[in-house]
Design a protein around this ligand. Sequence first.
Ligand SMILES: Nc1ncnc2c1ncn2[C@@H]1O[C@H](COP(=O)(O)OP(=O)(O)OP(=O)(O)O)[C@@H](O)[C@H]1O
Ligand SMILES: [Mg+2]
Length: 327
Amino acid sequence: MASILEIEQLNVSYNGIPALQNVGLQAEKGEILGIVGESGSGKSTLLKAVIGLLGDNGRAESGRVVFEGTDLLRVPAKALRGIRGARLGMIFQNPGTSFNPIRKIGDQFLEAMRSHGKTDRTAAIQQILEMLARLGLRDGERILYSYPFELSGGMNQRVAIALAMILRPQLLLADEPTSALDVTVQAQCVKEMMDLRDSLGTTILLVTHNMGVVSYMADKVAVMYAGRIVEYGAKADVLNCPRHPYTRALIEAIPQIGGGAPKGIQGQPSAAKGTPDGCDFSSRCRFSDNICAFERPVMNDCGQGHAVFCHKCFSEVLHEGVRVNGY
Ligand SMILES: Nc1ncnc2c1ncn2[C@@H]1O[C@H](COP(=O)(O)OP(=O)(O)OP(=O)(O)O)[C@@H](O)[C@H]1O
Ligand SMILES: [Mg+2]
């Protein structure tokens, strides 16, 4: 069966400066793919490229983004607008992006639903109130009559999740959907996204800095560094047996309750370079040697869909003492 989403060799730039380099991934129906990586690694850019909202200075230079058999990079703008919302939903990293600041929330929900054929106002309002309640927002009536600035950050984030989920998309792009939420509300939102997947077979691309959420929700994990996917595979392989030094460092940087100070990753994140030489992580990597500094790695297949962009991914030294984490 064909994957619901296949991204191949995707290159994106802003003002001609590369932001994504040769990104490739597949997601099947009902699968949750967690995308992790430091700030600036290209996670939001990847989701925006899929939905075609890179902005005026962003450009998909090459590659394919095939959703349900259609290459979204090559469909006319009008057709793409029809696919967005109904079949392809997005929760933006900044919930403010989802709403017009000078229109009431309820009007914005109703307009989105009307434009996708849901014209019965009473039924639509009922549906919105139910969705808001499931996300822990019990005073839905007040919210519908509010402007976005009249809600707290966490309320706006949940309202944005509701707006993306109400049209029951086949593919949901969720960019840090729970970052502004306290842990109990976060748990409710995670549960609702999982329910959407379970009931409709929705595929979810989930960007988050919270490894606990990734570990709970995701089936597969993609680790991004400097605009590339550097490790990709089943969640258990990537989180329990990471083969890229960057993935290991990310996992070791997670603060543990009762543990000592978390270990940071030395050096600064690298921007996407687009140059042919060396590994972008080599200057920060404690395993790097000459080959890493001068020769670009390839994506190595470690078996069972586990792929790693590193010269050292088969090295014994790297795997000494790999800790099996408790997620
Ligand atoms: N509209 C834009 N114009 C120019 N450069 C941009 C734009 N959006 C993103 N970038 C650049 O692209 C790179 C990737 O940014 P992106 O927002 O995708 O990172 P991210 O992984 O989502 O980071 P974070 O975890 O902080 O959200 C960064 O170097 C960023 O400065
Ligand atoms: Mg982002």
